[in-house]
Ligand binder design. Structure first.
Ligand code: 5GP
Length: 198
């Protein structure tokens, strides 16, 4: 998605070879127009699928997920992150190790909001090792529901998550795919983009 890639080029800050900061348009301040276009893009990519719910994880997934849900006219659920507690009978739960925070959280969704009739589109801001997306897929599967696909804003293709997700048989759609952050430079996966960048 060109507009997202342009924003990454102009406003993304490369913290190190593995981490890209996008606080000015996704992770702290948000760009509503861009989010709206992202919602339209996911709705168009998954057109024809009978999606009944969009599922994301708090907090940075919520904006793109709600815009996608708005386009698809379906409810949006965000999984909550919390420290392990014992009362889990009314919750679906999965463990997720956070790439950026280096801590393990339990993510939860109330059993009220997902059931075996649901066809779910999972949305998240970044894909690194795939922990968040796979954790969300586990919640869907605990409900006996179906994962129709996983939509990611920024995939770091040089990290293992994308391959892991595809190997598990999920359909993955990433709007921007980064091949490398080495040398303080963003290199997108598609070679055409790299040419245009110069
Ligand atoms: P994964 O679970 O795929 O290892 O990591 C995805 C999660 O970690 C995302 O929900 C996102 O919050 C965070 N994350 C991973 N890599 C980055 C990054 O380079 N920049 C930012 N801002 N967040 C990231």
């Amino acid at each position: 998605m060109k507009r997202l890639k342009d924003k990454i080029r102009t406003e993304g800050i490369i913290l190190n070879e593995n981490v890209l900061k996008v606080d000015s348009f996704i992770n702290h301040q948000m760009d509503p127009k861009l989010m709206k276009e992202i919602g339209q893009e996911f709705a168009s990519l998954f057109k024809g699928e009978e999606i009944t719910k969009v599922l994301t994880i708090e907090s940075s997934g919520i904006a793109p997920a709600i815009m996608t849900g708005l386009e698809l006219e379906v409810p949006v659920i965000f999984a909550r992150k919390r420290k392990s507690l014992t009362l889990t009978h009314d919750l679906y739960t999965a463990e997720v190790h956070s790439f950026t925070k280096q801590e393990t959280n339990e993510i939860t969704v109330s059993r009220k909001y997902l059931d075996s009739e649901d066809n779910v589109l999972i949305i998240d801001d970044f894909l690194a090792n795939g922990q968040a997306a796979i954790g969300l897929a586990k919640l869907v599967e605990q409900a006996g529901a179906n994962v129709l696909g996983i939509g990611i804003l920024i995939e770091k293709s040089f990290q293992p998550g994308a391959e892991d997700i595809r190997k598990r048989g999920y359909r993955l759609e990433s709007l921007a795919r980064i091949q490398s952050l080495a040398g303080k430079e963003v290199q997108f996966a598609e070679s055409k983009e790299m040419v245009n960048q110069q």
